[in-house]
Design a protein around this ligand. Structure first.
Ligand code: GDP
Length: 164
């Protein structure tokens, strides 16, 4: 399954991808990005290979986004729950995904950095409402603690398995 991570810069796309594929959160440096990471998850008794395309390196090269979106099965649209602007911009990311992806990819709205409780400004309800309105899966994660990271990919995988 080809999955692409999109969202504003610094919301945690690379950290989520690394936490999922390598069970690793880099504390002291900006992670180096390899464009594509993979991991196998067992879903309903079947081994499913996830190929995660991380667009973090493409923030300055939005024109390359269509390459990342071509043929995707699913997209994780990530915002930072402590950054209202990144949540507002999700609408733009939704349009980008719908425009760039052929077909009808499964979309998951991911509110990241839930560990930063004192700084949260986007509520769970805000996220749920947007996801419902746009027909997306909704999940909140912390790439730092690992909370719900596997679950996010699992839910996309489950939805895809039932779609095929
Ligand atoms: P990207 O630009 O969207 O790929 O974001 P990065 O993965 O590079 O993360 C940006 C910054 O946010 C880095 O300093 C990360 O350590 C930090 N970060 C990412 N996810 C989390 C999280 O869940 N909790 C906290 N506290 N920090 C995070």
């Amino acid at each position: 399954m080809k999955l692409t991570m999109v969202g504003d810069s610094s919301v945690g796309k690379t950290s989520i991808a690394l936490q999922f594929t390598q069970d690793f959160f880099p504390h002291d440096h900006k992670p180096t990005i390899t464009d594509i990471e993979t991991r196998v998850l067992n879903i309903e008794g079947q081994d499913v290979l996830f190929q995660i395309w991380d667009t973090a390196g493409q923030d300055k090269f939005r024109s390359l986004l269509p390459l990342y979106l071509r043929g995707v099965d699913g997209a994780l649209l990530v915002y930072d729950v402590t950054n209202q602007e990144s949540f507002k911009n999700i609408l733009t990311w939704i349009s980008e995904v719908r425009r760039g992806a052929s077909g009808n990819p499964v979309m998951a709205l991911v509110g990241n950095k839930t560990d930063l409780k004192d700084y949260r400004c986007v509520t769970t309800q805000d996220g749920e409402n947007l996801a419902l309105e746009q027909g997306m899966i909704f999940i909140e994660t912390s790439a730092k603690t690992g909370h719900n990271v596997h679950q996010a990919f699992f839910e996309v995988g489950m939805t895809l398995c039932y779609t095929y």
